[in-house]
Design a protein around this ligand. Structure first.
Ligand code: DX5
Ligand code: ZN
Length: 218
């Protein structure tokens, strides 16, 4: 992959009112989202519980914007098939939860979806380097996972820069604390994909928020 000329904005539905997931997702799709980011939490890998593959299946029917599943779960492989069958074309598991991370990447690719691996703020990029031959996508968490609305941890951007140097063509996503004031530093560090949750909910409209994030990187 060559670096996209524009940042790829991946709105998360985590900060939406669950009673209005469909309306908010449609607004994201119509507002220029490049991907819809689904934060899946199991109450074990992180304390909260969010939703499962059924919701992905329903939201996917709202438009053509691709869906990615960010699995903040133990035994992530137990959930692969459900989210793939629900239409997610990128599945991201946490290296901290994977005993056989390389095999899990192989398995995602064999299922015809992009293989994604995530690292927490306390995890070094060394966890990703042995996966590079089977990895389509890296997620460098910029907050500790579990909740929206947290402040970006600056040291995580140093890991983005180091990973960019080690893997010049790898798509790199940042997740947590991204807004119109922080996105530029992540883009400059080498990130290509940007999750945004609470910032878009605070924006005058989701479309305006997405546009402001893109403008901040121009
Ligand atoms: C946190 C989730 C994020 C979260 C980001 O565990 O993985 O995707 O929704 O929310 P903001 O953009 O509010 O930091
Ligand atoms: Zn996420």
């Amino acid at each position: 992959m060559t670096r996209p000329t524009e940042p790829q904005i991946c709105p998360s539905i985590l900060s939406c009112d669950p009673a209005h997931f469909a309306g908010s997702t449609a607004e994201m799709m119509e507002g220029g989202a490049d991907w819809i980011h689904l934060d899946v939490m199991d109450g074990q890998f992180v304390p909260p519980i969010t939703f499962g593959a059924d919701l992905a299946g329903s939201l996917g029917k709202l438009g053509d914007t691709p869906l990615e599943a960010h699995l903040m779960t133990q035994t992530p492989e137990a959930h692969f098939d459900g989210f793939i069958e629900a239409g997610c074309t990128r599945v991201i598991f946490h290296t901290e939860a994977a005993i056989h991370a390389h095999r899990l990447c192989q398995s995602l690719r064999a299922s015809g979806v992009e293989s994604g691996a995530a690292i927490n703020p306390a995890t070094s990029i060394e966890a990703l380097l042995p996966l590079l031959d089977v990895l389509d996508f890296a997620l460098v968490m910029t907050v500790n996972p579990g909740w929206g609305g947290q402040k970006l941890i600056g040291s995580c951007l140093d890991k983005v820069a180091a990973l960019r140097e080690a893997a010049p063509d790898l798509p790199i996503q940042v997740d947590g604390g991204i807004d119109n004031t922080t996105i530029r530093s992540a883009w400059d560090a080498g990130a290509t994909h940007f999750v945004a949750g609470s910032y878009l909910m605070r924006a005058p409209s989701i479309a305006e928020g997405i546009a402001a994030l893109k403008t901040a990187c121009a």
